[in-house]
Design a protein around this ligand. Structure first.
Ligand SMILES: C[S@@+](CC[C@H](N)C(=O)[O-])C[C@H]1O[C@@H](n2cnc3c(N)ncnc32)[C@H](O)[C@@H]1O
Length: 209
C-alpha cells in the first residue's frame, strides 16, 4: 500500500521537528537550492509538495515570491502554523490549481518520492503547463531502481512506498515533456543510506516552443 496522506498526517509534527533545518547544513540540498535561486530572479515560485514548508521558508528568505502546495492536509497545517507569513494550500501535483504559464519557478523537492515511475510523464506535463516560457523546475529525488516499503518513520507507524529513479531515465522523461536541461547535481550514498544516492535536476521550459 501507499497511504501518503494518512502517513504524513500522522507524522507531520515530528517530520518537521526532524527535518526543518536539514537543508541549511546539507551541501547537496543547499547547493542545488541555491543554484535554483540564482536562476529564478523574478516571478512566482511554487514549492509543489512542500511538506511542512522548510524549503518554502528557505526560498522566501532568499527573496523569492514563493508559496507551498501539498497533498497532505496535516503537513499544510504545520506549515501554516510554523510560517504564518507564507501561503500554503492543499493540492496535488497531478492537477494543480494554477493557470497555464503562471510560475517563474517550480520545485518538486522529494515530493515525487512516493510516485511510481509510470506516473512521472503526467506530472511532468502538469509542471510544464504551469511554468511560463523560460521558467525553471528543480526536481530532487532518490537515485536507484524500484521501490521499498516503509512501515515506520519519523517515530510513527506509516505506510509509504518510496520510489528511486535512474538519473538518465528522469532526464529523458523531462526532455520528452519538453524541458531543456540546465544542470544536474548528484551525490553518492552516505554511509548507512539505503538509496544509491541523491539527484537534483534543474530544467527550463524553453522560451520559444
Ligand atoms: C518526503 S516529503 C517532502 C516534503 C518537502 N518537499 C521537503 O523537502 O521537506 C513528501 C511530501 O510530498 C507530498 N506529496 C506526495 N505526493 C504528492 C502529490 N501528488 N501532490 C502533492 N504533494 C504530494 C507529501 O504529502 C509529503 O508532504
Amino acid at each position: 500500500m501507499n497511504d501518503i496522506q494518512g502517513s504524513y498526517n500522522a507524522a507531520a509534527t515530528d517530520y518537521h521537528a526532524i527535518l526543518r533545518d536539514y537543508h541549511r547544513a546539507d551541501p547537496f540540498e543547499k547547493g542545488a537550492l541555491d543554484y535554483f535561486c540564482q536562476l529564478v530572479t523574478d516571478g512566482p515560485v511554487g514549492d509543489l509538495g512542500c511538506g511542512t514548508g522548510r524549503i518554502t521558508t528557505y526560498l522566501a528568505g532568499r527573496g523569492m515570491d514563493v508559496f507551498g502546495v501539498d497533498l497532505t492536509p496535516g503537513m499544510i497545517e504545520v506549515a501554516r502554523r510554523e510560517y504564518p507569513e507564507l501561503r500554503f494550500e492543499v493540492g496535488s501535483l497531478y492537477d494543480l490549481d494554477l493557470k497555464d504559464g503562471e510560475l517563474a519557478g517550480a520545485l518538486a523537492w522529494y515530493s515525487l518520492v512516493h510516485t511510481p515511475r509510470e506516473d512521472l510523464p503526467a506530472v511532468y506535463a502538469e509542471l510544464f503547463r504551469v511554468l511560463r516560457p523560460g521558467g525553471h523546475l528543480v526536481h530532487g529525488f532518490k537515485v536507484g531502481a524500484g521501490s521499498r516499503h516503509l512501515s515506520t518513520g519519523y517515530g510513527h507507524d506509516i505506510d509509504l512506498e518510496v520510489y528511486m529513479y535512474d538519473v538518465a531515465d528522469v532526464a529523458g522523461l523531462l526532455a520528452s515533456a519538453g524541458f531543456a536541461e540546465v544542470a544536474t547535481l548528484t551525490r553518492a550514498a552516505l554511509p548507512g543510506e539505503k538509496d544509491a544516492g541523491q539527484a537534483a535536476l534543474i530544467v527550463r521550459k524553453p522560451a520559444t516552443p
